[in-house]
Design a protein around this ligand. Structure first.
Ligand code: AHR
Length: 380
């Protein structure tokens, strides 16, 4: 057992929950940035741990964290990497060993093994796909190194192989996007329009792909939309463009494209323009409507402001502070919540509603206006 990680028995004795989340993802509470819950949750132990962190950093006794990142395939991913790099600094008491797996599971497995060899204190993994992790996680467990998941999830026969997960609710993101579309068409008296949709999926087998595709299928079934074809664009702009080019050739009747992230949407927009088709919501007269996910940067939000993307279901990449909070709890022998869902909303340029309610949870719809663009520019 690693020196920094108290045994489960000891931890259980001082168990406290990080947030209102439960071990059942469906029941977990949606949460915003850790700072928002800080006031009610800060304890004397946490306050002293801040002091201890600084002292430890000054002593050079840093907590070593290995982060097995998916890659650099999207703007979302870049923002996620940045969130880790700016959180796990030496000044904050950490040594971060960062590995970019270039979207390959075998590289992530190699990185985890190398973290084990380096005897890191914690391993954080953003798994590229959900399956195939059992063996390497067993190895981490044998070495006594706790594993925390960020972003996507893993399908495991034994969930005790990881301590906690932080990320977005991908099925809900897909449902939100579908419900926004239905709401938009209905409020304009256009619910009877024939929807011929194509889907540019994310990396097949990734939680974000599985959830968003599932959300779309539920909406398509509920509202009677046709899904003509689906193909993976691997969450990249280049592949998104390539897939859209082939869809445009094969399905000239398509009038809507569901892109499972903004970078694929950028590629699809290029392909639509190059094919001489028009982007917009007047689908009855030949325009093609684009919807997407993430909403991380000004480029994507500008596309919403310009009407090139009709709506974006937000996916929040700022996981660094959440993971740090989990590590700090574990340092104190406390048991973190198994699942933490980060706060997510919706972006649109249409004035149809200010929120959408799905299974009792309300999603804020933010209208993309110049003020919001400036706000995002300042954040970058
Ligand atoms: O898993 C989150 C997804 O991965 C983001 O939507 C996408 O942009 C990224 O590559």
């Amino acid at each position: 057992m690693k020196k920094r990680f108290l045994s489960v028995a000891l931890a259980a004795a001082v168990a406290m929950s990080a947030t209102a989340c439960t071990s059942n993802p469906a029941e977990s509470k949606t949460t915003a940035a850790p700072a928002e819950t800080k006031a009610e949750e800060t304890t004397a132990a946490e306050a002293s741990s801040e002091g201890e962190k600084k002292e430890a950093a000054a002593d050079g006794d840093l907590i070593t964290v290995g982060y097995a990142q998916v890659g650099a395939e999207s703007d979302w991913r870049t923002a996620n990497t940045e969130s880790f790099k700016s959180t796990f600094t030496e000044e904050n008491g950490y040594k971060l060993i960062f590995d970019d797996a270039q979207q390959k599971q075998e590289n992530q497995i190699k990185a985890i093994r190398s973290f084990i060899q380096q005897d890191v204190d914690y391993i954080v993994v953003a798994p590229v796909v959900e399956t195939g992790w059992e063996t390497v996680l067993e190895e981490a467990k044998e070495a006594g190194i706790p594993v925390i998941l960020s972003d996507r999830q893993m399908q495991l026969s034994d969930d005790s192989l990881y301590e906690a997960w932080v990320g977005g609710n991908f099925v809900k993101e897909g449902e939100t996007c579908g419900d926004w579309l239905a709401d938009y068409l209905e409020k304009q008296g256009r619910a009877d329009e024939e929807i011929n949709m194509v889907t540019i999926q994310g990396t097949i087998g990734a939680t974000a792909q599985i959830g968003r595709t599932r959300g779309l299928y539920q909406a398509a079934k509920a509202y009677g939309w046709n899904i003509l074809a689906e193909e993976s664009g691997d969450f990249t702009q280049a592949k998104g463009k390539e897939v859209m080019q082939s869809f445009l050739e094969e399905y000239p009747e398509l009038n809507m494209v569901y892109c499972e992230n903004d970078n694929e949407a950028f590629g699809a927009i290029e392909a639509i323009k190059e094919a001489g088709r028009t982007i917009g919501t007047d689908i009855r007269n030949g325009e093609i409507m684009v919807v997407s996910f993430d909403g991380v940067d000004v480029d994507a939000l500008s596309c919403v402001a310009d009407g090139e993307i009709s709506c974006i279901a937000e996916c929040n990449p700022l996981h660094g502070p959440w993971i740090e909070k989990i590590i700090q709890m574990m340092e104190q022998g406390r048991v973190p919540s198994k699942y933490t869902y980060v706060d997510e909303g919706m972006y649109s340029n249409e004035d149809i509603a200010s929120s959408i309610t799905i299974n009792g949870s309300s999603y804020l719809i933010r209208k993309v206006n110049p003020e919001l663009l400036v706000e995002h520019e300042n954040m970058q």
